[in-house]
Write a protein that binds this ligand. Sequence first.
Ligand code: NAD
Length: 480
Amino acid sequence: MQKLQNYINGELVAPASGNYIDNYHPATGKVYSLIPDSDAKDVELATDAAKKAFPEWSKKSIQERSAILLKLVDLIERDMDKLAEAESKDNGKPIWLAKAVDIPRAAANFRFYATGILHEHTEAHSMGEEAINYTLREPIGVAGCISPWNLPLYLFSWKVAPALASGNCVVAKPSEITPMSAYLLSELCIEAGIPAGVFNIVHGLGPKVGSAITEHPDIPMISFTGGTQTGATIARTAAPMFKKLSLELGGKNPNIIFADCDFDEMLKVTLRSSFANQGQICLCGSRIFVERPIYEKFKTAFVERVSQMKVGDPSDDKSKLGAVVSKPHMEKVLSYVELAKEEGGTVLTGGHRVEMEGELKDGYYLAPTVIEGLNYNCRTNQEEIFGPVVTIMPFDTEEEVLMYANSTKYGLASTIWTSNLKRAHRVAAKLHTGIVWINCWLLRDLRTPFGGVKQSGVGREGGFEALQFFTEPKNVCIKL
Ligand code: NAD
C-alpha cells in the first residue's frame, strides 16, 4: 500500500514517529493509502528548515521567485489529469469536476500570485515640503498554512501561493482526510526546483500537526481554512502569541430568489449552488428563500430536477454527484436530515444514502436532498450541514427575507436572483456576508477580496489582500 511522505527541507521523508494513518477511498469505503501520522517533532524539523531557507528566499528578486513558481504551474498543468484523478479518488468528487475546477484553479492560484508580485507597488505619503513617507512591505518569516478537505489542492494552493510569492517560507498542513494532491504537489515542487526548506508539507491530524504549527513560536502568521470551531481553537492559541491570523470558516449561505428573476437561468445555477461537490463547498447556498408568487413553480421544477441528478461513480462523466468525503461526514449529514424531520420539515426528495453495487457498495453516497416546512430559526436552518442538503422556504417581503438571510451566526456568501437592478443593489448592501453574487454563483475573479463576516471568518484572502496578509508594512518617514 502506498505510503505518503512529508516534504521537509526539500526531501520526501517518513514521519519521525514512523506511524501512519489510514487514508480512505470514499467511492468504495476502502483504505487505499497511508498518511504520515506526524507530530510536533516533524513540525519542528519543517520550521527549522523554513527558518534557514528564509533569508535567501526573501532576498531573491521578485522575477526569480516568480519564475520558480511559474515552473510549478507548468508542472501542475502537465499533470492535470493525474492530479484530477488523484483528487477525485481521495475526496469522492467526480473526476470531471476535479478536472474542470479543482486542478485548473490550483494552477491559476500559483500563476496569479507568481505574476501578481510583478505588479505590486507600495504607497508614498507626501507631507509637502516638510517630509515624505514611503511604505515598505516585507515578508515576515515562516507562514503556517492549514487547509480543509473539500477543495483540497484548490484551497491549499490559495494560501501557499501568496505566502511563497511574497517571500515567506511555509510550513503547511493539508487535511488528513484528503492528503494526496498535496503529496503529489510536493513531488512537483522538487521537480520545479523550489529551494530546500522554502516550502514544507507536514501531513497528519489537526490536533497534533495543526496545533503544533499554531503553537510554534517561530511561526508568526497562520492562514487557516476550515470549520468555525477549529478556527476558534486556533485563535485561542494564536491571540496571546500575537500571531497574524487569517481565518476562512464555515457558512450557511442564503440564496434569495425574487419572482422577477430569469427563472431558467436561476434554476440551472441553483442546482449547482446547492449540490456542486456534493454540497461540500463553503459557498454553497443551503437556505433557499423564494418569493411567494413563484414558490410553487420553483418547488415543482427544482424537486423534479434534483430527483433526476445522477449520484454515482466519480469516474463516470454522467455522475453529477460522487461520494461525500468520509463515513463520519456522511453520518453527520444524515443526522441533520433526521433533525430536520424532528423539527417539522418534509423531505421532498432525497434524504437517504444511495446504495451502490459491486466495488462501490460501501462508498459514501448521498441522494441530493430538498427539505421544506422549516422555520428560519430552527437548527437545520442555522447550523452548517456541509452536504447535499438544502431547505426551501417562501417569503413575502424584502424586509422579511433579509431578516431570514441575516439570522445565522455565519456571514460568508449570499446569492440574489432578480432582474430589478435597484433591488439587487439595495438587498446586496443589507446582506451581512463577505461575498454577494447577483444572478450568478461562484463566479470568481481572483483579484477580489474573499472571506466572511461574523463567525465565517477574520480577514480576507484573494488579490493583494493575501499579499498584504503575508507581509508587514513599514512606514519610513524622511524629513526633507
Ligand atoms: P476542520 O476545521 O475540521 O479542519 C480543517 C483543517 O484544520 C484540517 O487540516 C485539520 O486537520 C486542521 N485542524 C483540525 N483541528 C485542528 C487544531 N486543533 N489545530 C490546528 N488545525 C486543526 O474543517 P474541515 O472539516 O476539514 O472542513 C470543512 C469546514 O471548512 C466547513 O466548515 C467549511 O465551511 C469550511 N470551509 C471554509 C472555506 C472558506 O473559504 N471560508 C472554504 C472551505 C471550507
